[in-house]
Design a protein. Structure first.
Length: 202
């Protein structure tokens, strides 16, 4: 009985020690991300120095403009947001430099609305055009981290992608509306696939 009791205590202590070790190894990173130096987002990562879960609001963008047109003004606005969840692994390759690789599952939504004058029956009338696009996809993650100091990490990564987009464009008013459906399959690597990040590690 004593041996069993001692064995249980030893097992509990070793389990606690392993748990404490894992706890001290755990890191978190929160930061800002940038695409093309104009679209920005937020990131949060949790895990160990070797493997982390990634949660990103990878793209938040919008604009609103008004342009003079020969037949009147033209108004337009746009809003877009992108979210992704994934996993990345890291390996040191030099002092303060890490290589990272992994994957993300992503989803992007883009909405645009514009009102423009249309020449009809010798006069201009306002025509409203609304477009909504929904894009799920999968991204690879290939990048580098530069460890600035104990708390700050600068990162750069490229993200080859596979996306499938569905959407709809509605033109005109409710009583006289034209609808166009869109579908598109895309893959590759372009300038919008480059992601820069500045994170605070804690």
């Amino acid at each position: 009985m004593k041996k069993t009791f001692i064995l249980l205590i030893a097992l509990a202590i070793s389990t606690l020690a392993i748990g404490q070790e894992k706890k001290t190894e755990q890191i978190r990173e929160a930061g800002l991300t940038f695409r093309n130096l104009d679209n920005f987002g937020f990131s949060y990562k949790i895990g160990t120095k070797q493997s982390l879960w990634r949660f990103n609001a990878v793209s938040i963008s919008g604009n609103k403009e008004n342009k003079d047109f020969s037949g009147g003004d033209r108004d337009s606005n746009h809003f877009g947001v992108g979210l992704s969840v994934g996993k990345e692994s890291r390996k040191p390759i030099a002092k303060n430099l890490e290589y990272r690789f992994g994957f993300d599952f992503s989803f992007n939504y883009n909405h645009s609305k514009r009102t423009q004058p249309t020449y009809y029956n010798s006069s201009y009338i306002d025509t409203e055009v609304k477009t909504d696009f929904y894009t799920p996809g999968v991204n690879m993650v290939l990048g580098l981290n530069y460890i600035v100091n104990e708390h700050f990490v600068f990162g750069a990564e490229i993200m080859p992608f596979i996306n499938y987009t569905i959407g709809r464009t509605r033109t005109g008013e409710d009583n006289n509306k034209e609808t166009t459906d869109h579908t598109n399959f895309s893959y590759g690597l372009d300038s919008s696939s480059v992601l820069l990040s500045l994170a605070y590690r804690f």
